[in-house]
Design a binder for this molecule. Structure first.
Ligand SMILES: Cc1cc2nc3c(=O)[nH]c(=O)nc-3n(C[C@H](O)[C@H](O)[C@H](O)COP(=O)(O)OP(=O)(O)OC[C@H]3O[C@@H](n4cnc5c(N)ncnc54)[C@H](O)[C@@H]3O)c2cc1C
Length: 499
């Protein structure tokens, strides 16, 4: 039977001004907790200054707590130590004092091995008859009781009955419950928050290690509960993913990779649903600080908008290369208007690159030591990204020709019925094979209207905020007063006699 069910409170050890234990206050605390309905008192745990009391004080405080509680609720005594002999001594003293159970933290600082942990807990358990709860708090001790170790101890040592898990890892706790057939008493020792909600667009979540969540707008008093920023492992069991549908995505399931366009890589989008996801405080970075939500969003979005001046340009380079190859396959790469269109694509793409470089170069160091990009130029960069890739894509489609969308599938090219026709009709410039030509046209198709257009076009439009979000920021950052002053100076409006 469990030592207790419900919530046990780890109480502080109150001290007098002269640094002696204040037993009067301790009695008040125990009395108040029992009155308020606590299910157990945990005495001289971490909160009770276990690591700074002397050995004598430690045992005296346990004796006092047992006396004050008068068996109305169980008293669990913290008796772990990084010295096994001391842990055994404190455990024996707690048993003699009449404690109902022990909470034994792992040896801290020593970095005990898993085998060492088995010996540590077994030796304590053999010295007393009291039931023991192991305390696993690697964030404080630098030592993690692995689920296999905890399960071995639970199965082999009669009076090891439970564990206080403070790793914050639901996966670890779930594994331990699995290994012990749900029989070990599991107490959560980790404080944190529980979040519920959904995120509609998330690129690459399925191949990430962590999901990072933060506010997306300036928040007001009534939004305080939503002003949270946190990270959570992507494989947390409470997270549900709904996979996004993309243009031509079933082509990826076909045997031939020719029609995919991008033969080697792919991206994915998901909707993420948090179903009561527990996040330990150590992974919570904002909790209700509404005054800072606006600044956080502006800065994060600024960096995101800057980075598009690099990554979307890389996509553009691919599309320009594919367009040049398509023109060569078509046999018209030397035509003056084709050359001019390719030059225009380069010009547009390098304009985006210039914006990305400019907002980085114009950045300035912050007092914290990191670099802050130029906010106005980062928003101008992203605003251009919402437009110029579409023009580059339009020119690519112009150069590729209609064959890009009327071309048969690769299965037809190899079929007995029509394969010969397909291969004959698709012959272009001798430098490229028919299959080369298929692949180039499919790549342009994928990037401009297929699944790769998700990243190249729609994400250029909406990723890091839809166009209007940048226009609002451009309006705010433009320093209109300085521009007006320039105009005033030139046209002679100078009521204050400044010029
Ligand atoms: C491919 C893709 C990948 C993405 N990846 C990520 C990611 O990895 N991580 C991430 O956090 N986000 C990601 N996003 C989300 C992106 O930041 C949002 O799509 C973007 O902020 C626009 O929001 P929305 O799509 O909900 O459009 P909406 O907000 O619905 O906007 C649609 C239109 O309505 C207008 N509008 C919206 N609200 C108002 C209003 N109140 N008043 C007037 N007009 C309004 C907008 O200006 C826009 O023209 C991604 C989006 C896409 C498309």
């Amino acid at each position: 039977m469990a030592i207790f069910k419900g919530a046990g409170v780890a109480i502080v050890t109150p001290m007098n001004e002269n640094e002696e234990v204040n037993y009067e206050k301790l009695e008040e605390l125990v009395e108040w907790q029992i009155e308020q309905g606590t299910d157990a008192i945990v005495i001289v745990g971490t909160t009770g200054e276990s690591s700074t009391l002397t050995t004598e004080e430690h045992s005296d405080v346990i004796r006092a707590a047992v006396r004050f509680a008068k068996h109305r609720v169980p008293v669990i005594a913290g008796t772990g130590s990084n010295c096994t002999r001391e842990a055994i001594h404190l455990s024996e003293e707690a048993e003699e004092a009449g404690a109902d159970g022990l909470l034994a933290v792992t040896p801290y600082y020593n970095k005990a091995t898993q085998g060492g942990l088995i010996r540590y807990y077994t030796e304590i358990a053999e010295a007393v008859k009291l039931p023991i709860i192991m305390y696993n708090v690697p964030g404080r001790t630098g030592c993690n009781i692995m689920p296999e170790t905890a399960a071995t101890l639970f199965k082999n040592v009669e009076n090891i009955v439970g564990i206080k898990e403070a790793t914050g890892s639901l996966a670890q706790a779930s594994k331990l419950m699995y290994l012990t057939d749900g029989k070990i008493d599991l107490y959560s020792g980790e404080d944190g928050i529980v979040v519920r909600g959904a995120k509609m667009h998330q690129t690459g979540a399925l191949n990430s290690h962590q999901i990072l969540v933060m506010p997306t707008q300036t928040m007001r008093e009534e939004d305080r509960d939503y002003a949270v920023a946190f990270s959570v492992p992507a494989d947390d069991p409470s997270i549900l993913y709904i996979y996004g549908r993309q243009a031509s995505d079933t082509r990826k399931l076909e045997a031939s990779k020719v029609d995919v366009g991008n033969a080697n890589y792919g991206g994915q989008e998901v909707i993420i649903i948090f179903e009561d996801t527990f996040v330990p405080y150590k992974n919570v970075y904002m909790l209700g600080e509404i005054d800072f939500t606006g600044m956080l969003v502006e800065r994060f979005a600024g960096y995101h908008r800057q980075s598009y001046g690099g990554c979307k340009v890389g996509n553009g380079d691919v599309l320009i290369g594919a367009s040049q190859m398509a023109a060569e396959c078509n046999g018209c790469a030397k035509a003056s208007h084709i050359k001019d269109k390719i030059i225009e694509m380069i010009h547009l793409n390098e304009t985006l690159f210039s914006c990305g470089i400019a907002c980085s170069c114009e950045g300035s160091p912050t007092r914290a030591g990191n670099y802050q990009i130029d906010m106005l130029l980062a928003n101008v960069c992203k605003q251009n990204v919402t437009r110029l890739p579409y023009e580059i894509a339009r020119l690519a489609q112009d150069i590729a020709g209609g064959l890009m969308v009327t071309m048969p599938s690769d299965a037809d090219f190899t079929s007995d019925e029509v394969g010969e026709w397909c291969r004959k009709l698709m012959v272009g410039d001798a430098r490229y094979s028919v299959e080369d030509r298929q692949r180039i046209l499919r790549l342009i198709e994928a990037m401009t209207i297929g699944s790769v257009a998700v990243g190249y076009l729609t994400e250029s439009m909406h990723g890091a905020g839809s166009p209007q979000a940048q226009r609002i920021m451009i309006g705010r950052q433009a320093n209109m007063e300085a521009k007006k002053a320039l105009a005033r100076r030139l046209c002679g409006i100078d009521p204050d006699g400044l010029f």
